[in-house]
Design a binder for this molecule. Structure first.
Ligand code: 6R9
Length: 654
């Protein structure tokens, strides 16, 4: 079946999406989470989370669960002590599972490594000893700027092991972005690599570090991993080769235990205005929340599953579900360095076939790209090992959900759409694979133990299809503790809009069944002639047209209507070259699917869209184009040349 016939007459946008998929019977019969889990969590909130803390090995067992007396500054398991790296590694080795594979690594050029828990433990101990020798002390911050290679995991866990919070900066970010993060949290040691492989060739990283450090005089040392072997300038007395310096260290290291609230890491995320926010996560609650949700949302069976989070470690998804939760749970994971189309467009499916991957977790943007390339590519591989599919990062359009379930999941696997944020640390809203009958496009219901609501401007709950703001009404273990160095911004950003509720900044609605649909960031809601419209809904309508692969919608200032809808679309490979006919067809399609008011004023056909590290479309930049303005800051784009491409592309269009 071609992507076009993926049952087009049955596909629709999320306004009138009515299909529902029951959990597979065999999965439901042995599922980790059952209806009873929801009941337990609802009956005794703190008791439920006290129970989940047993997933960890504590130095001192906590006797308290939640301390909310200093709200909105939370403490979880405050009198417990633990070591994050011990929980991720040593304890599995001690339990006799040292030979279990922690990671199957696939480098982009085709090199592979199979790393067991025992090997990873040794490497982390060596790296911890190296950091100690460099004078890194408990509480000192370490920056990690690396490609997707196993040493990235080693570096993170080595920091955690000695209680030095890490801040991982996405390898695609610029020297400026790196410098501002190093400065903001006072980093003295940086871990990087000569380079990494990207689209078939080595891409240098070290020059960006050298550039950044010109404005960061406090950085004493740089540890450099040799990945590509390319020419690399080393600064005498500051830069050290990892293989020499870490390689010579002892594999003996006794982990110290730290208080549960000891900082684990800082992850920067862009705010709607001003400088990026350093989101602070601490140890005990974060590990409990991520380990529990990893087990619950994906129905993880660590002995038999092969789990793959296809995301970068520079994104929170990589931290929670590629590094910490899978290792704490003793799972076997895949780690892939490169892009999905190198050396060919079937690379992901080849990896799934080769390792018999059972759970795949990725972003809707990847799924839409695969749709664009056509279903005959995955069709050429054996994907029958897959039993659960996950999605994260953006609302998944019903069209993409159904394609994913059908062509990748063989119409059998549940699609688990997980809503969460850098700030939440863990999944907050997601269907449970053995319980929930999923609706394409809906994140469905809060994870057992999590309390969310959709409210109006005044904080009153809304339902029955009405839109509102998503809030979290009770604290949760993996919640951010503050914004690094700026408690006031933490309070202002998340806790001042409504009394006692966490403001997520996302629009959402609850349908007649009480199920939750995400509608995009509230800043992306448009006001057209007094009608509030969600970018997500119009994008979903566009993507439901057989010729459209991806769509991004923005509101551009308009003299008559206040805001006008401007859409950017990428056409599917076999849809022709756009032209006025396609544009008219698409405008009419939106009018039919939603309403004539939702008809875009303008539709521009483009080759690429500007994306962040997590595949989120940077609508702010598209708005600049739609309003004919100079482009704003492009430093957080994965590929800053995209904007030039779009501009060139549009030069020839009406
Ligand atoms: C994990 C992650 C957070 C923002 C969030 C929301 C969007 C993430 C989503 C989703 C709808 C989902 N988002 N998952 N929207 N459905 N399943 O993405 O963290 O990079 O901090 O972004 O992403 O808008 O507020 P982060």
């Amino acid at each position: 079946m071609s992507p076009q016939d993926a049952g087009h007459e049955t596909l629709s946008n999320l306004l009138h999406e009515e299909r529902q998929f029951d959990p597979p019977t065999d999965l439901a019969a042995s599922a980790n989470v059952t209806r009873a889990t929801y009941e337990q969590a609802a009956a005794d909130f703190e008791g439920f989370w006290a129970e989940q803390a047993k997933r960890l090995s504590w130095g001192t067992e906590p006797t308290q669960t939640l301390d909310w007396s200093g709200a909105p500054f939370a403490k979880w398991y405050a009198d417990g002590t633990l070591n994050a790296a011990y929980n991720a590694l040593d304890r599995h080795v001690e339990a006799g599972n040292g030979d279990r594979v922690a990671f199957f690594f696939e480098g982009e050029p085709g090199d592979t490594r199979e790393i067991t828990y025992a090997q990873l433990t040794d490497e982390v101990r060596q790296a911890a000893n190296a950091l100690l020798e460099l004078g890194v002390k408990t509480g000192d911050r370490v920056a990690i700027y690396l490609p997707m290679i196993p040493e990235a995991v080693v570096a993170m866990l080595a920091c955690a092991r000695i209680g030095a919070p890490h801040t991982v900066v996405f390898g695609g970010f610029s020297a400026d972005a790196l410098a501002s993060r190093i400065t903001d949290c006072g980093v003295e040691v940086v871990i990087t690599a000569d380079g990494g492989y990207r689209r078939g060739s080595p891409a240098a990283l070290k020059p960006a570090v050298d550039e950044a450090l010109k404005s960061c005089p406090d950085v004493r040392n740089v540890l450099v991993i040799r990945r590509t072997g390319q020419e690399t300038a080393m600064t005498e007395g500051r830069d050290l080769w990892w293989h020499e310096y870490v390689g010579k260290q002892s594999t003996e290291h006794t982990p110290e235990t730290f208080p549960a609230e000891h900082p684990l890491y800082i992850m920067y995320t862009s705010g709607s205005t001003g400088k990026p926010k350093g989101i602070l996560h601490t140890t005990g609650g974060y590990l409990v929340g991520t380990a529990y949700t990893h087990w619950a949302s994906f129905d993880l069976k660590p002995e038999t599953d092969v789990f793959w989070t296809a995301a970068d470690i520079g994104w929170v998804t990589g931290h929670s579900y590629l590094v910490y939760a899978p290792l704490v749970n003793g799972a076997t994971s895949i780690m892939y360095e490169g892009t999905p189309d190198t050396p060919h467009k079937g690379r992901w499916w080849e990896i799934i076939e080769k390792y018999r991957v059972t759970i795949l977790y990725c972003a809707p943007t990847a799924i839409r790209t695969f749709m664009k390339w056509g279903s005959d590519i995955p069709d050429g591989f054996d994907l029958s090992s897959l039993r659960v599919l996950g999605s994260v990062g953006e609302p998944i359009n019903p069209e993409a959900y159904v394609w994913y379930r059908h062509f990748i999941g063989g119409d059998e696997t549940p699609v688990i759409d997980t809503w969460w944020q850098t700030e939440t640390g863990m999944h907050m809203i997601a269907p449970m694979p053995g319980v929930t009958a999923g609706k394409p496009g809906a994140a469905m219901t809060p994870v057992p133990g999590v309390a969310v609501e959709v409210v109006d401007m005044d904080g009153n709950p809304v339902g029955n299809g009405e839109g509102g703001y998503l809030v979290v009404t009770k604290p949760w273990p993996a919640m951010l503790r503050t914004i690094w160095g700026d408690d006031q911004r933490y309070v202002d950003t998340y806790w001042s809009r409504y009394d006692g509720m966490y403001f997520a900044g996302d629009g959402a609605k609850k349908d007649e069944d009480g199920d939750i649909w995400l509608l995009g960031r509230v800043d992306d809601v448009m006001n057209v002639s007094g009608h509030r419209m969600s970018t997500t809904e119009i994008e979903s309508a566009l993507v439901s047209h057989p010729k459209v692969a991806e769509a991004a919608v923005v509101g551009a200032a308009d003299e008559t209507t206040g805001q006008a809808i401007v859409a950017f679309v990428i056409l599917r490979a076999d849809a022709g070259d756009g032209g006025p006919d396609v544009v008219k067809e698409l405008r009419d399609h939106v009018a039919k699917e939603i309403s004539p008011i939702a008809k875009p004023r303008q539709i521009m056909v483009v080759e690429e869209l500007p994306k962040t590290r997590s595949g989120k479309i940077m609508r702010r930049l598209l708005r600049d184009i739609a309003e004919n303005r100079e482009l704003g800051d492009v430093t957080t784009l994965t590929d800053s040349s995209v904007m030039n491409l779009i501009k060139e592309n549009l030069a020839g269009q009406p």
